[in-house]
Design a protein around this ligand. Structure first.
Ligand code: PMP
Length: 361
């Protein structure tokens, strides 16, 4: 037996669950489990990736100036207050590494993104889970859980997998209620799906202890490229840049993201198709006896009678080549999270759930 042992706490880090893209014995699968864009990336991003190939012998930009300028121009934000990471996961990790650590506590909510406790432990900090109320973030419960050791509060808006929005005045109350030694992270991975929503940028502007994170993995269809970004006040960005590897984003990823953020026409198409198909999918599932809360994202949280029914439905969908997400790990054992696919995928999942319900009845 080896005497080499990991640092204390490493074996407490849970392995991330999810991302399944194959079903044994099924050749053609429709993946509706990772909230990916069914329309793929922007054709302009694909072109930019091809164009970047000739320069692959060069190191990429270390300061991401061009991408930050494009993001800033698109959202009306100061590029100097933006930091880019390998997915928003990496930006979240910068925050935990820089601001939490051994002895520090990191608050996340009951149905919050499963990476928050993982990222907290990676930084050596202690994750503290706070209950939600009816699948909604409970600001009073968060404030009651804050201690002298709390360093970070992670909230997802809109939520994943709940797809619910936290009202702005509640977020304001949270930002004001936190001690000034505690950061609030507004994870806006799904912000682009919500009409007329700035993802929390105005809240960041109003509060020095608030950070917003965003991603290119969802509406921009670039999950495979791994690009995310954060927006905060300059002193925070300065700190986060100190824990960032100089060449964290590849040249290809930078090129793809910049082309994607500039392709407003493709973005608008994806947003409109998602909004249309989401309503249809939720209506059809409700008619099949599977209700969901109103969704403002690119997925719906389909609720079943109990855990056994949700799991039986998931098993049946797999036999049909349909991969959706079990969310028992998010404390939602009676539900399945279903990404809004393209029209064909939505029709397939509705037909399969109807067949399951008829067979199960
Ligand atoms: N936050 C939330 C709420 C998410 O759902 C995800 C992806 N599933 C992420 C952050 C991370 O996304 P990425 O690292 O691909 O940007």
């Amino acid at each position: 037996m080896t005497k080499i042992t990991p640092q204390p706490g490493i074996m407490d880090i849970a392995l991330y669950q999810g991302g399944q893209s194959h079903v044994a014995g099924v050749e053609h699968v429709i993946k509706l489990s990772s909230n990916e864009n069914p329309f793929g990336p922007s054709p302009k991003a694909i072109e930019a990736v091809r164009d970047s190939a000739a320069s692959l012998h060069r190191y990429p930009s270390t300061d991401h100036a061009s991408l930050r300028a494009a993001i800033g121009a698109r959202h009306g934000l100061d590029p100097a207050r933006i930091i880019c990471g390998v997915g928003s996961d990496e930006v979240l990790q910068f925050v935990a590494q820089a601001y939490a650590g051994p002895g520090g506590e990191v608050i996340y909510t009951e149905h919050g993104f499963s990476m928050y406790p993982i990222i907290a432990r990676m930084a050596g900090a202690t994750p503290v889970m706070v209950a939600e109320r009816d699948r909604k973030v409970d600001v009073d419960a968060i404030l009651a859980a804050v201690t002298g050791q709390t360093r970070i509060v992670f909230v997802t808006n809109p939520g994943n997998p709940t797809s619910t929005m936290i009202p702005n005045d509640e977020l304001e109350r949270l930002a004001l209620g936190l001690p000034d030694t505690c950061l609030m992270v507004l994870d806006g991975a799904y912000a682009e799906f919500v009409e007329a929503f700035d993802g929390g940028a105005s809240l960041v502007d109003a509060h020095e202890n608030v950070i917003m994170t965003r991603t290119f993995s969802k509406v921009y269809g670039l999950g495979g490229m791994r690009v995310g970004w954060g927006y905060a006040h300059r002193p925070i960005i300065d700190v986060l840049n100190r824990v960032r590897q100089p060449f964290n984003l590849s040249m290809t990823a930078l090129a793809a993201a910049e082309a994607a953020v500039n392709d407003v026409e493709f973005l608008t198409f994806c947003q409109a198709e998602n909004a249309r198909l989401r309503v249809w999918l939720a209506d059809q599932l409700a008619k099949a006896g599977v209700p969901s809360d109103p969704s403002c994202t690119n997925f719906i949280l389909a609720r079943f009678a109990d855990r056994a029914e949700a799991e039986a439905c998931d098993d049946y969908l797999k036999t049909q080549g349909l991969i959706v997400r079990r969310v028992a790990g998010y404390n939602l054992p009676n539900a399945l999270r279903i990404t809004v696919g393209d029209e064909e995928a939505c029709r397939c999942v509705v037909a399969a759930i109807n067949a399951f319900k008829e067979g199960a009845a």
